[in-house]
Design a protein around this ligand. Structure first.
Ligand SMILES: C[S@@+](CC[C@H](N)C(=O)[O-])C[C@H]1O[C@@H](n2cnc3c(N)ncnc32)[C@H](O)[C@@H]1O
Length: 221
């Protein structure tokens, strides 16, 4: 049974991000940016059993969409989407221990889509020095620094960011740190718990400015 959960100032849908209940809510939000980190279809995890992109609606609900399809899936993904491709940003992660089909992988490709031109002052590459926080064990967790860079590049404080594959909640923490609101979706019970734990740990340990909680209208319908 799907449900919405409030995590601080952010909203998490515990269910499938192609559900009407989630996409309808996204349409009501006036979000400025969506980030999607879909399954790669490598069958290394239970959640990774297929790769079938059904999320072009993200470009109807936010003017800019970034997707990290995984290097090996890039061609497949570009064939599955009709969103207009603009460019890609390479996030170089020298301390990463992630494996790809060809061995250790030290970069993440973030593809950017929009119907408008998106010529921000953004370099096409960025070095990420972060070492992964072992407390949150999700095999596809993205660097927090990368998410902060994407969010600060494409949104302003107070904006809403949508993430239909929330995983361990990196996008939600990046929104919390930068003063944006996150609306995410995640299928798995254990990752939903991880997102809540990660948020609680972050709020307890951080010096982020405490903001007044403003609940999104309509999220609990
Ligand atoms: C590649 S991971 C995302 C990792 C995330 N960016 C992070 O930093 O932790 C994809 C996640 O999407 C979830 N997922 C897969 N299909 C989904 C769907 N249709 N709706 C919602 N979540 C889904 C999986 O359970 C998995 O946790």
């Amino acid at each position: 049974m799907s449900r919405y959960i409030q995590v601080g100032e952010h909203i998490v849908y515990h269910g499938d991000s192609i559900d009407d209940r989630f996409t309808r809510y996204c349409r009501s939000l006036n979000a400025t940016f969506s980030f999607a980190d879909p399954p790669y279809g490598f069958y290394v995890e239970k959640w990774d059993s297929r790769f079938y992109w059904q999320h072009d609606y993200l470009l109807d609900v936010s003017p800019i969409v970034a997707v990290t399809p995984g290097i090996a899936n890039l061609q497949l993904f570009l064939r599955q989407t009709d969103m207009p491709y603009k460019y890609a940003i390479a996030y170089y992660t020298p301390s990463s221990t992630a494996r790809s089909l060809v061995g250790y992988s030290h970069w993440i490709c973030a593809t950017i889509f929009s119907r408008e031109s998106v010529y921000h002052e953004i370099r096409d590459h960025q070095v990420i020095h972060e070492v992964s926080d072992k407390r949150y064990n999700h095999s596809a967790k993205k660097p927090l620094e990368m998410m902060i860079h994407l969010i600060e590049s494409f949104t302003a404080p107070g904006d809403t960011v949508i993430d239909p594959f929330l995983g361990s909640g990196t996008t939600l923490i990046a929104c919390q740190k930068t003063g944006r609101y996150c609306v995410g979706a995640e299928l798995s019970d254990s990752y939903i718990e991880m997102v809540q734990q990660r948020y609680n740990d972050h709020v307890r340990d951080s010096n982020d400015v405490k903001r007044k909680i403003s609940v999104f209208p309509g999220w609990n319908k």
